[in-house]
Design a protein around this ligand. Structure first.
Ligand code: SF4
Length: 255
């Protein structure tokens, strides 16, 4: 574990230098806007959500207006983000709960946030870390899961377990920004299909880069779970791209 902690610290330091502007990519001016934007970001892109919320927050300036919104109108307003029926219901019900149980203020604890309709641990972590600067956990999205797996910082596929692994390796005050650095790295360098290992600032620390070098015909493993000890696995990258899901089903972890 100490070796792994040291590697995580070095990864964090280098990514800090590489992505000095890493931050939340969703546009927001307060905690409520970030909460709504994060709910809408599921299965969508931050850029798309930012386009939608620009007019959405003008039409519905706060939780009261969202809570009183017409569901059909809201479905139309959030349609571009995908899964619009579920999302429209979620943002309205979430806003109603904020009005009824929290006096119109977004709560500041994990338990209270995750009790809101449509709010899971990832969304709560985004709001707590970025709107309130409270480090309760680490956001694990598709980029954080993939990059931390390839780097050998976790062997897990379940986001909750990945989060626990990372929380044990990274100092608490860095939890929110560490996730942003991994997300920036996932978007700009450690691409899901074609990781650019040759230009990666942490390639010498990454067991998946070693695997890619050993087998140039295949890309770096999607997660690199077998490489947590930094010892290259005998598995080929392609073999290591499947993993057991939390429910025991085998799933392809490549995006
Ligand atoms: S070396 Fe390759 S697989 Fe490892 S983090 Fe960098 S880009 Fe991703």
């Amino acid at each position: 574990m100490p070796d792994l902690e040291a590697r995580a610290a070095e990864v964090n330091a280098r990514l800090k230098k590489r992505y000095p502007d890493a931050k939340c990519a969703l546009d927001f001016t307060n905690a409520f806007e970030l909460l709504i934007a994060t709910i809408l970001s599921a299965q969508s892109t931050d850029a798309r959500v930012n386009i939608v919320t620009k007019s959405l927050f003008r039409k519905y300036p706060g939780p009261k207006e969202f809570a009183n919104a017409d569901i059909v109108a809201m479905e139309t307003d959030v349609k571009q983000t995908g899964f619009f029926r579920n999302k429209a219901k979620a943002v309205i019900n979430c806003s109603k709960a904020i009005m009824e149980k929290h006096g119109g203020e977004v709560p500041r604890t994990m338990d209270e946030l995750t009790a809101l309709p449509g709010v899971g641990r990832k969304t709560a972590n985004v709001v707590l870390g970025n709107a309130f600067s409270i480090n309760v956990g680490i956001v694990v999205d598709t980029h954080v899961g993939r990059v931390s797996g390839r780097l050998g910082l976790t062997e897990n596929a379940d986001p909750v377990k990945i989060e626990e692994d990372l929380m044990a390796l990274v100092p608490r005050k860095e939890w929110t920004i560490f996730a942003h650095r991994l997300i920036f790295h996932g978007r700009q360098t450690c691409d899901a299909r074609k990781p650019r290992c040759e230009e990666c600032v942490v390639s010498d620390l990454c067991p998946s880069a070693q695997l890619a070098t050993a087998s140039p015909a295949s890309p770096a493993s999607s997660r690199g779970r077998s490489a947590r000890s930094a010892t290259p696995s005998s598995k080929t990258p392609r073999q290591s791209r499947t993993s057991k899901s939390p429910r025991g089903r085998t799933r392809n972890t490549s995006e």
